[in-house]
Design a protein around this ligand. Sequence first.
Ligand SMILES: *Cc1c(COP(=O)(O)O)cnc(C)c1O
Length: 460
Amino acid sequence: MAKYIPEPYRIKMVEAIRQTSYEEREEAIKTADYNMFSLASSDVYIDMLTDSGTNAMSDRQWAAVMMGDESYAGSRSYEQLMEVAHDIFNYQYIQPVHQGRAAENMLFPLLLKEGMISISNFHFDTTSGHVLLTGAKVVNCVSPEAADTENYAPFKGNMDIARLRELIAEYGAEKIGCIVMTITNNSAGGQPVSLANLQETGAIAREHKIPLVIDAARYAENAFFIKERETGQEDRPIKDIVRDMFAEGDAFTFSAKKDGIVNMGGLVGVREDADLIKGIKARVVPYEGFLTYGGLTGRDLGAMAGGLAEGLDEIFLRSYIGQTQYLGDRCLELGVPIQYPTGGHAIFVDAKKAMPHIPYYHFPAHTLCVALYLEGGIRGCDIGSFILDLDPQTGEQLEAALELSRFCIPRRTYTQSHLDYVAEKLADVMKRSEEFQGFEVVEQAKVLRHFTARLKPYTP
Ligand SMILES: *Cc1c(COP(=O)(O)O)cnc(C)c1O
C-alpha cells in the first residue's frame, strides 16, 4: 500500500483564510502580548493550536444537524447516537455530556477523594485538574521510552508496568481510586499504547480491584496504530481492536472533539458497574441536563453519531494519520528535529535541539512558536516549561523534561500543500533561530497561566 493516500473526500464548502504580511504579524503578536492564545484567529493563516473541536464535519453530519430532534426527552438524535456508540464501545451505559472534561466531572468524584491517588500513563491537563478537585493526587507513570525523542519505539505512550506495580505496593491498592489509561497518550506526544500493554494494565487493575478508566479522546487513532505496529494485529478490523481495548476498562471518558470529529460533545461510559451507573446518572441531571441530551442539542447528538462512525473508518484513519506522518517526514528531510516516530494528531518539534541557546526559563518551545508565527502565520503552542506553572512552594520556574512545540492537525481541514508550507516555514525558522533570545513573563495567573500570561521578548 502507498505510504500516503490522497484525502478520501472532496471539498464542497470552503472557508477563506488570509495570509498577513510580516509587519502585520509583528504587530498582532505584540498586541497579543506574545501569547498564542491571545491571537485573533483572523491574524492566523494556518491554525495548528489544537485538533480539538476544529475538525471539518461531513455532508452527512451536516444533514444530521438539519435533522436534529430537539425534544427534551427521548429524542431521535439521542437514539441514533446510542446505536452507534453501543456498537463501538459495547458498554452497558453510555451518557452524552457537553465535552471531555464534563465526562471527567461526572466520573472522578465517584472514584476519588482526599488522601487517594490516581495513576495514569499520563493525565491530560483537564483530567489532572478533575482528579485534584476531588482532593486526590495524580501520579504519572509513562514508559521511560517516551522521554527519548530520537529513537524509534512503536508504543511510547505505554504504561510503565514495573513502576505501576511498585506504586501499587507503595501506596496500597485501597488508596488508589483509579488507573487512567490515556489513548493515545496526548501528553507524551500523541504516542500510542499497545493492546498488550492495555491488557497487562487491565489484568493488574483487576488483580487489585482498582477501576481502570480509559481516557478515550483518540481511541480510533490508537486502534489504527495497534493495527499498523503490533504483531498479530495487522489483519484485524479496527472495530475488533477497539472492542478488545474497551473490554479492559471499567469506565471511559471521551472528548468527541477529537476522534468524534465534531466541534463540541463528549461521552462517559460504564461497562457494567451498577453503582457507578447510578452515581453518574445522579450527577448528570444537575450538572449537564436530562439523560437523553446531557448538555448537548439534538443536532449535536446527531452530528456526533455520524462523526463516531466516520472517525473509525480505516481509510479515513490512514489518510489522517498519513497527513501527520507526511508532515513529520517532510520535517525530518528538511532537518527539523521532531519527536520520532511521529504520533497521531500532531507533530512535536524538539525545541531543545531547535533553539539550543535558549534556557528553559526563557521558554525555547514557546519561542519557536512565536518565531514560526512571525515567519509564516502558523499557530502552534508550547508543551514545555512555559505550560508548567511556578512551583507553588518556592515560586520558582519548573523545568520540563522535554521542550516541545506542538503543531496539531485538525481532521479533514487542511490539504497536503498546507503541510508542505508548514514544513518549509519550520525549516526557515531553524536557519534564523539565533535571532531569537527567548521570552520572559510580565504577568501570570497562579494556575494554568499559559492561557492568559503576558510575555515580552527577553533581551540579554
Ligand atoms: C481533549 C482531551 C480531554 C478533555 O476534553 P475536552 O473536550 O477538551 O473537555 C481529556 N483527555 C484527553 C486525552 C484529551 O485530549
